[in-house]
Design a protein around this ligand. Structure first.
Ligand code: KG4
Ligand code: ZN
Length: 342
């Protein structure tokens, strides 16, 4: 049984074919990141235009790589939200047209819920057991959820302002490092760690000790801005200090994510912890989770499955097989997990 997944929520245009829930037959991803590097962030109009340029070639590539014909597909699955509305529209309208043309069922998929399903793909260590805590950390979201079963998700908390990935991206911009900020901050931090000196910067760990599962990252960004201003005034805004600040930013973000998530696994006594989203490609975060989560089984997707692609869209469709008549399927930029499950 094969499902074609289509993902166009942001600046990646992706299509993938997954067989029998967890086998990736093909995955094609085109990205407009190079255009956004010039502006240091995503311009939604440009992202949407690039989506319409890439969508057909990417779907063709996924079918060709998997060596299958549309007739062999069981269904199509498409991200309907949340995301950038112009980008979402391209994927949703293409999927609706193809479902009509090929006379296949179409399954609307919530992008955030789908990120978690990267943990059910190509699993050699077995599949997650419920109940599970899920941490979704991406460029637009930071959410902690309790997953009681497939389709039974309770939102526990999330960021009150910037997402963790957004914080990486904005801090990288303040430091003059490249976009996307996560990988460039991780690289600068690694360069600092090579020097084996103690970090002289101390940034806040926002909301760490509050008795809830919420996060806040905009204050951290302001603290970095203030350090950058001081360094510029003292004419010390140099490579060594930039790398050192990058290291402390990474430590601060990952400390908060790990400690609050651990608290959730303890409170709900879950069997599994599922990490998902682009930020979980971060090796410092992965190592911290590996050494501090002992009460439940930890699942972290391969780094290539953490960032946006369509394999987890198709995987999510297998476990939440709810085809909807395609005229009713709409792109929605603000669709949240629980709303989608209802
Ligand atoms: O899940 P994703 O690909 O797209 C969204 O759904 O938003 O996540 C993108 C985010 C960006 O903010 C990017 O800076 C961050 O994931 N990211 C990382 C790393 N790789 C990507 N953050 C920290 N470390 C990384 N290695
Ligand atoms: Zn994503």
């Amino acid at each position: 049984m094969m499902i074609l997944g289509i993902e166009t929520s942001c600046d990646e245009t992706a299509a993938a074919i997954v067989q029998d829930r967890e086998k990736i037959l093909s995955s094609a991803v085109a990205s407009s990141v190079k255009l956004h590097q010039k502006t240091g962030g995503i311009i939604p109009e440009i992202a949407a235009r690039e989506q319409s340029r890439f969508i057909i070639p990417v779907i063709q590539e996924s079918l060709a790589k998997a060596k299958i014909k549309p007739e062999q597909l069981k269904a199509l699955a498409v991200t309907t939200g949340p995301g950038l509305i112009g980008s979402l529209l391209v994927g949703v309208e293409t999927a609706k047209s193809l479902a009509y043309l090929w006379q296949k069922p179409l399954i609307p998929i919530n992008h955030l819920q789908a990120h978690l399903y990267a943990n059910w793909l190509e699993t050699k260590r077995g599949t997650p057991k419920f109940p599970a805590i899920g941490l979704v950390v991406s460029g637009g979201h930071t959410d902690l959820v309790l997953m009681k079963n497939h389709g039974e998700i309770k939102w526990l908390g999330g960021t009150r302002d910037d997402a963790a990935g957004e914080c990486f991206d904005k801090c990288a911009r303040l430091l003059g490092l490249g976009y996307p900020g996560g990988p460039s901050i991780a690289l600068a931090a690694k360069n600092f760690q090579k020097g084996k000196t103690k970090n002289k910067f101390k940034l806040p760990r926002p909301m760490l000790h509050e008795d809830n599962f919420d996060f806040s990252f905009s204050g951290l960004k302001t603290a970095v801005l203030s350090e950058v201003k001081k360094l510029k005034e003292k004419k010390q805004f140099n490579k060594l200090n930039i790398n050192q600040l990058a290291d402390e930013i990474q430590e601060a973000i990952t400390d908060v994510l790990v400690r609050k998530t651990r608290k959730a696994t303890e409170k709900y006594e879950v069997n599994s912890l599922l990490l998902a989203g682009g930020v979980t490609a971060n090796s410092c975060l992965r190592e911290k989770f590996k050494s501090s989560i002992l009460n439940s089984q930890l699942f972290i997707p391969n780094p290539s499955l953490c960032t946006d692609n369509a394999t987890f869209i198709a995987a999510c469709a297998f476990f939440n097989y709810q085809p909807v008549p395609w005229p009713k399927i709409q792109a929605n930029s603000s669709l949240e997990i629980e709303e989608m499950i209802k």
